[in-house]
Structure formats: structure tokens, C-alpha cells
Design a binder for this molecule. Sequence first.
Ligand SMILES: Cc1ncc(COP(=O)(O)O)c(C=O)c1O
Length: 351
Amino acid sequence: VNFASDNAYGVSAPILDAITRANEGAARAYGADEITKRVEAGFAALFEREVGVFLVATGTAANALALSAVTPPYGAVLCHEEAHINVDECGAPEFFTGGAKLVTLHGEGAKIAPESLTAALDGLTPGNPHQVQAAALSLSQASECGLVYSPQEVRALAGIAHARGMAVHMDGARFANAVAGLGVSPAEITWRAGVDVLGFGATKNGALAAEAVIVFDKARAEELMFRRKRGGHLWSKGRFLAAQIEAHLQDGHWLDCARHANAMAQTLADGIRRSNVARLAWPVQANEVFPILPRTVHERLQAEGFVYYEWPGTQPADGKIGPDEVMVRFVTSFATREADVERLLRTLRAG
Ligand SMILES: Cc1ncc(COP(=O)(O)O)c(C=O)c1O
């Protein structure tokens, strides 16, 4: 049973059907097809305003392209030290921006603390030719520890960034889980709170491989048009990206998938709390659960064939992991079955 990641699971049935339907006949290439047009209109409706929409196949490309549209080569992108763009993207943001510098910030649960942002900005002087120029703030929604930023928190951080003339980027690889967890509208947690460019993730939430860069500032849209092609992400058969996203958005499928994943995470978290066997490093606000397990329990789960990652390196809220303990990460998905969650909990409680 796999709790390693939400992308360990496959494609949801409506999305797979949509890919099959898109396979009928011919269509215009390079995003000039009818499905892509409908997706653009769909995002405008979802975000309650005009938006620029750029479909790509990976979250890394979405992040790196989005950042490249708001950061000059001599710019600084401020992000949490544990952010995916800093830890897990092999320098793609630096590559796509032509060499911008990632400046890392601190904060509990992989969320940026405003004081950390302010302190970093105090160390970067605008106009100083010896220093990179603060250009973008990047927020992961949900964070790498499965926590969400509330609209108020986004607004506060975005306010600090905008006061310095910076753009605000949101890595929304798990945007759906965050929106479902927060119970807010997509508009409220993005542009209304100060986000300028968003990576709207679908792959982890039931798509085959599709993400959308959503640009709220129209002036940056043309830039992205060229950068996507230059970065090798303008698919000639773009209708297959669009078909995935169309089905994802259709009748709120994206939120249904995310709500299921989040509900499975809550069931898992409740069971762990009640077990008195392990404790949770952070509250569960999306679809990731970080328990601190006795090593014996970890070994039992592994022996029973449960697949998940150990999560060393991140300090839990209470600051302590004992020598006989292991912090791990369980991720639930649109396809996680309740029976598998119950089995995991039974194994965890046994003995
Ligand atoms: C927070 C976050 N951002 C971005 C990505 C990148 O997605 P991809 O693996 O499709 O490049 C991931 C994937 O693990 C992620 O967890």
C-alpha cells in the first residue's frame, strides 16, 4: 500500500476518459485547439477575472517558468529553505531565470515567517549593484509540511513583498488540497490576497501530467508565451494537456479529488492521535500526515509492505525526535482507499 506520494497513484477515470475523447479526429496544434480555449475560459470563471493560462506538463516547469516571468537574471527569489524550488528542482528556477538567486527563509512547518522575510529584505539593498535585487517571493500552498497559508497570511506576506516592488509566486502543486482544506475560493487565496502568478497543480490530484501557470498580471502573459516555447513546454498536441485540465475542472472534479485526499489524511491523523502510539509533527490541513513513530512501529509497517518516506531533517513543532523515533511522511491521494488507511492504522496499533 502506497503512502509515498499523491503522484504514486494514477489518473482519475474522468480525466482518463477525457484524454481518450480528445484522441478522436484532428485539432489545431500548439494550444490553438478548442479544448485549450475552453480551459482558458474555465480558469477565468474559476478565478472570477481575466487570466493568462499556460499549460505545461510538470510542476517543476510551472514553477521555473512562472518565476522566469517575474525575475531578472540578477534577481532574488525569496522562498522557504524547504521549498520544492530550493530542494527538489535541480536548479530549474535558476536555469529558467537565467541565474536568479534563491534566498532562503525560515518558518515553522515550511511556512515563511514574516519576520524572516523582513530580515532577508533588510539585507538586500535596492539599487546596490553588488547585490541581487529582490524580485519575487515564492509561497508553497500547501507547504512541504502539509500546512496551508490562510488568506490573511498570504496578504501579509504579499504586502511586504509588494511594498518592495516584488512579485508574488505561489507553488500550487497541491493548490487543490489547500483550497479544499481552507474552504476558500480560488480567487480569495490568490490574486485577492496578492498573488501575481500561480502554478495550478493537477498531476498530484488525478491528472496524468498537467499543470497550469496562471498569470493574474496580463502584462506578464506575453513574456510567458515566449518563455514556455523556449523552455520546451509548448506541446504540439496541446489538446491532451487541455483535456486533462478541462476534466479536472469539470463539475468541481478537482475539489472532489482533493476533498477525498484530505479526508483520508484526516482519518489517518485521527487514528494516529487516538492510538497513543505516535504523535503528529504538525496539524493536518491538507493531504499530508507527518507522524513521529517509534522505530519498532516504523519497522513493522515496512515489514508489512507499507510504502512511505522517512522525513529526516525537518524539525517538528515540539522540536524533538528521540533516538528511538523516526519522523515519516504519509501522503494521501484522490485514489487512497479508506480500507488501506484502516489497515495502516491497525498495523500501527498492533503490539
Ligand atoms: C510542492 C511541490 N512543488 C512542485 C513539485 C514539482 O512537480 P513535478 O514533480 O511535476 O515537477 C512538487 C512535486 O513533488 C511539489 O511537491
